[in-house]
Design a protein around this ligand. Structure first.
Ligand SMILES: *Cc1c(COP(=O)(O)O)cnc(C)c1O
Length: 360
């Protein structure tokens, strides 16, 4: 079987050029006679790999000098704990509940202090983003937390919340590097890389320097302290070396694509192809309010479980894999991250049109 179009929400498709580069450099990285998998994380060669990755990442986003970039193990979920442990100094913070990942972060936050739900879209199964223009934020809140793109439900913020001067923290796992990120709006921006950046095994945390202090909750493990990791340049213990290397290749690939503005244009074009079809189809329907539609994760349904099943199995056989929706939503979901070529989306739409004709 040749390569398929993989619509998985994560781990997800990687740019083919990057996979080829990995293969090419697998046995002998730049003439050093070893694979990146085998080399010491304290070696000169690896130092160059991690420094270049950070430099390219900083350039892509345009990260100001007063922010640190941390490459951390444990996935995005680990940050649900690390964030309150490091930053909930007053033991109070505001969370906006727009889906399962925001809810899980909120629940984790509640273990450490008063995590207040400022707004929620749970009333309509998270199919929209609540009004965030005038939230009940109080003076004693340490930060305001959002999940900016909701992987499972397929919504995204159109406007960031008015935090009334409080620090904004955003989980951007499923939209990382899919469009420009204006760092001046965030105190901390982070995401697991396995959705839109690289292979699983790492989160990247971008954090404003003044937030990195010794003053964490007393029970904070050494490895979860941002200060530990920042002081050691993400090399306190063995980092996910191979994932850092692969992400570095992806950063170069995005630069070659024209950077984040170009990425955004490509992603808007791809999403439009799919949404336009969903809006015209009599069989398939998108599940979220139009103005909050994600560019990355597109859930849709037929309204008939049997037909959904048939579609999933026939699309899989035709080389469009992982279109089954998240178990909590049902139906289908197409995740169309940076690495999904436009051709993959238009071919999927052709397949859907054909399926619709044959089954109605
Ligand atoms: C997948 C996902 C997570 C969880 O990521 P892990 O790396 O598996 O811990 C958190 N937030 C969002 C928005 C996600 O899409």
């Amino acid at each position: 079987m040749g390569r398929v179009y993989n619509f998985s929400a994560g781990p997800a498709m990687m740019p083919e050029e990057v996979l080829k580069k990995c293969a090419e450099e697998m046995l002998d990285y730049h003439g050093c006679g070893q694979s990146v998998m085998e080399m010491s994380h304290r070696s000169k060669v690896f130092e160059e790999i991690i420094n270049t990755a950070e430099k390219d990442f900083r350039e892509l986003i345009g990260i100001p000098d007063n922010y640190k970039v941390l490459f951390l193990q444990g996935g995005a979920w680990t940050q649900f704990s690390a964030i309150p442990m490091n930053l909930m100094k007053n033991r109070k913070a505001g969370y906006i509940i727009t889906g399962q990942w925001a809810k899980k972060a909120w629940e984790e936050g509640k273990r450490y202090g008063d995590a207040v739900a400022l707004a929620s879209s749970a009333d309509k199964t998270f199919s929209y983003i609540p009004d965030v223009s005038d939230l009940p934020i109080t003076e004693d809140m340490d930060y305001i937390y959002i999940c900016q793109n909701n992987t499972i439900y397929g919504t995204r913020y159109k406007e960031l919340p008015d935090t009334k001067g409080k620090d904004l923290i955003a989980d951007v796992s499923s939209m990382f590097l899919s469009e420009p990120h204006d760092m001046s709006k965030y105190a901390l921006l982070y995401g697991g890389v396995q959705k839109n950046v690289g292979p699983a095994g790492m989160s990247i945390v971008v954090i404003r320097e003044d937030l990195i202090t010794e003053d964490t909750l007393p029970e904070t493990p050494t490895l979860l302290k941002y200060k530990t990791q920042a002081d050691a340049g993400s090399l306190f213990n063995t980092p996910p070396c191979y994932t850092i290397y692969t992400c570095g290749l992806v950063f170069k690939w995005i630069k070659e694509q024209g950077g984040l503005t170009a990425m955004k244009e490509k992603n808007e074009k791809k999403a439009k192809i799919l949404y336009d079809y969903l809006d015209s189809s009599k069989m398939f329907k998108g599940t979220v309010e139009k103005e909050y539609r994600s560019l990355m994760n597109v859930p849709f349904v037929t309204g008939d479980d049997e037909l959904n099943k048939k579609f999933i199995s026939e699309s899989e056989a035709a080389g469009f894999v992982n279109l089954k929706g998240h178990r909590s939503v049902g139906g289908m979901r197409a995740s169309i991250y940076n690495a999904m070529p436009e051709e993959g989306v238009s071919k999927l739409v052709e397949f859907m049109e054909d399926f619709e004709k044959k089954n109605s």
